[in-house]
Every structure is written in C-alpha cells, then in structure tokens.
Design a binder for this molecule. Structure first.
Ligand SMILES: Cc1ncc(COP(=O)(O)O)c(C=O)c1O
Length: 395
C-alpha cells in the first residue's frame, strides 16, 4: 500500500479517460439512465441511493482511516445519530465522555433518552472507570472523543477498546480533532470512526458534513433491515431509507479537503505548539489545556497515540468577564464557532458551541476559551492574543 499522503492525494479516482482531468469530476445528477427496468448502467440509479462523487470521496476517506468502507453524511451529528440507531436499540445503555462537543451532549442528553436509550457520562480518561461502568450498566456502546471538545482530554483508545470488547461493547471514536493524520482509531481496535468533516477534512469553513468509517467485517450480530448482518450495508440501507445523505458538491469539497489534509494539519499543529507554549507565559491565564504541553494530564498517552497534538488549544482565565473581553478583542482570531480551517478562530464554549448544556451540570467551564489554530503566522496569532489580553488586563 502507498503512503498516507499519496493515498490522500490519489485515492478515489483516476484521471478522466475522456479529458485527462486530474481532479475528480463533480457529478451533480440526481438521476441516472438505466440499462433496462431492473439494471443500472454503472451501478447508479438515483443520488440518494448512491452518487459517484460521494463514492470517490468515501473510498479515499476509508483508505486514510484504515477502514473497510466509509459513509458520508450531511453533518457530523447526522452521522452520530444514524450510527447510534444502528449500533444500539431502545433499552440499551451508551457510555460517553464527560467532556464532549455540545451538540453531541445535546443528542445524548435529550434525543437518545427520548428514544429509549440510556446514556451515561463517565470519565473515559480513566480506564478503571470505563470498566466499572461497563460492568454496572452492561452498556453496549462506548463513545469516545479524543482529544475532547473543549477540554482536550485524552483517552487511551487501545486500552478503552480492550475493556469494552471484553465486556461485549462496541467502540466508536470521534476523530474530528485528531484527524487520520495523527490518529487512526481503527488501527487501535475501534469499531467505527466518526467525523465532523465540517472541520479539518473540509478544511476551509465552506461545508457542513459528517462521515463514519468502519473497521473490516463489522457485524450487527443479527439480521438488519437490509437483510444482512453487515453494519456497512445496514448504514447504507438506512441512509437511503431515511435520506440522510450529503449533496455531491459537499462531497466534492470534502474530497478536495482530504487531498491537502496532511499538509494543513501538520502546519496548524506546528503553530499550535508555539501558541500554546507562549500562552503558558501569559499572566492572566491560569491553565493552558493542550496535549502537546508536558504538564497536560494526557500528554504521555497523546505522545504515544497521536502523531501530533493537534491544532486546538483551550485555556482557563480568572473569570467569565476576562474571557469575554479577550474573545471580543482579537482581530486575527475571528470570534466564531467551528474549527479546522485556514483561519484561526476563538470562541467561548459555555455560551457558544456548548450553549445547549449551559444550564446543566455538564456545562463547559464559564472561564474557558477555545482556540482553533489555522494557517496564519504563529507570531501574528500570539501577538493578537497578547493585545487582547492587554485590554483584558486594563478592563
Ligand atoms: C468533536 C465534534 N464532533 C462532532 C461535531 C458535530 O459535527 P457537525 O457540526 O458537522 O454536525 C462537532 C462540531 O463541532 C465536533 O466538534
């Protein structure tokens, strides 16, 4: 098999034999001419059921995540919702991390219990706690997010998979923050990887998308609605049945993002390390949460599990008021939700990405700021934060 970057650039298509075009074509067609009433000409009949642009992108993504197959979704949350419906049934218990993206928290706190699943937040950085919770609840699914959003907690994927599989539970890993450039959870034993492709995979803040990538030979353990026990086939059947598929242009953009993923993520990671180190010297910052700092509680696991520490940094300041002044006074960092793109972003999770949990005991800390490091010069980013903190110091 060729290397990661070669596959990122080349998997999923070959130059168009008619024109020689070196990038994948964008097939916008919603419908395809059939050979006869029972057979399609090239395997496609209607774009909800399948689309060549989507398939090209999915084969590249599966290759980069070392999976058997990938399925694309209209958003990260849509991928999460579909996976959970297929991997669990009403009455099941699902364990997930105490620090997780706010939209995931909303899904697990309100939607899934409404549909008869029990969800339990645990400290997934503590393998003994995972083991105990699996024993107590007989959970069938363990949902991991590492590094987690927004507190950058690190879970040891291989250790968590080991205890979960011994207890008969499956493991899904949200790999949005690490990306397959830095962590490939399927190689560490995970059953399914999920992404918000809105983030690093798209990479340019111009699409909303999600994806699920499946370990080889995943079986449902029973016959699904698709009349097979294959998880991949069941997900495809379900997507067609309920219509949770992305449009071809979003797939095309995400596939374009994959081709430069390696270079973008590595550049942002190098800048993030510099920004995080600089922030440790800022007098108004109490704690910098970045797995690349030796004092981070997950540093050793991250150093083993990740090829780089990522481009997201969070930090704790003295008060919500200080956080507000800093967030509202940067000029290079844009005050916006999301992450993983060319431009650096700053946000206040408690009132922004995690606002849906603000009134609950799972609220993001009210003095935590999250940075998404982009592709600008790190010196400019540090200077921008310094002047915002100067304003906060005078406020
Ligand atoms: C870690 C993580 N997972 C999932 C999601 C949800 O993805 P989307 O916004 O594409 O639905 C997000 C969104 O911010 C996220 O940060």
């Amino acid at each position: 098999m060729t290397g990661f970057s070669t596959r990122a650039v080349q998997t999923g298509f070959t130059p168009d034999p008619l024109t020689g075009a070196v990038v994948p074509p964008l097939t916008l067609a919603s419908t395809f001419v059939l050979k006869d009433i029972e057979n399609s000409a090239e395997g496609y009949d209607y774009s909800r059921s399948g689309n060549p642009t989507r398939d090209a992108y999915c084969s590249a993504l599966a290759s980069l995540e070392s999976g058997e197959a990938a399925k694309a979704f209209p958003s990260g949350l849509s991928a999460e919702d579909t996976l959970i419906r297929i991997l669990t049934k009403p009455g099941d218990t699902i364990l997930y991390g105490k620090d997780a993206y706010g939209g995931t928290g909303r899904l697990f706190t309100w939607v899934l219990p409404h549909e008869g699943r029990t969800t339990l937040r645990i400290d997934t950085t503590n393998v003994a706690e995972i083991r105990a919770a699996l024993e107590q609840t007989k959970a069938t699914l363990l949902w991991l997010e590492t590094p987690s959003n927004p507190q950058l907690e690190i879970t040891d994927i291989a250790a968590a998979v080991d205890v979960a599989h011994k207890a008969g539970a499956r493991v899904v890993v949200d790999n949005t923050f690490a990306t397959p450039v830095f962590t490939r959870p399927i190689e560490l034993g995970a059953d399914v990887v999920v992404h918000s492709t809105t983030k690093f995979i798209g990479g340019h803040s111009d699409l909303v998308g999600g994806a699920a990538i499946f370990a080889p030979n995943l079986s449902l353990g029973h016959q699904g609605l698709s009349e097979t026990d294959s998880v991949v086939e069941e997900v495809g059947w379900w997507q067609n049945a309920v219509g949770c598929v992305p449009g071809p242009f979003d797939c095309w953009l995400a596939h374009r993002g994959l081709r430069t993923l390696n270079a973008r993520v590595r550049a942002a990671n190098a800048s993030a390390q510099k920004v995080a180190e600089a922030l440790t010297e800022f007098p108004l910052i109490e704690t910098v949460l970045y797995p690349g700092l030796p004092g981070h509680p997950g540093h050793d696991i991250a150093a083993r599990q990740m090829g780089g520490f990522g481009a997201i940094i969070s930090f704790i300041v003295g008060s919500r008021e200080t956080a507000k002044v800093v967030c509202e006074n940067t000029s290079i960092f844009r005050l916006a939700v999301s992450l993983g793109a060319a431009e650096s972003l700053i946000e206040f999770p408690n009132a922004m990405t995690h606002a849906s949990l603000a009134a609950t005991s799972d609220a993001a800390p009210a003095n935590l700021i999250r940075l998404a490091i982009g592709l600008e010069d790190p010196e400019d980013l540090i200077e921008d934060l310094r002047q915002a903190f100067d304003k906060a110091g005078r406020a």
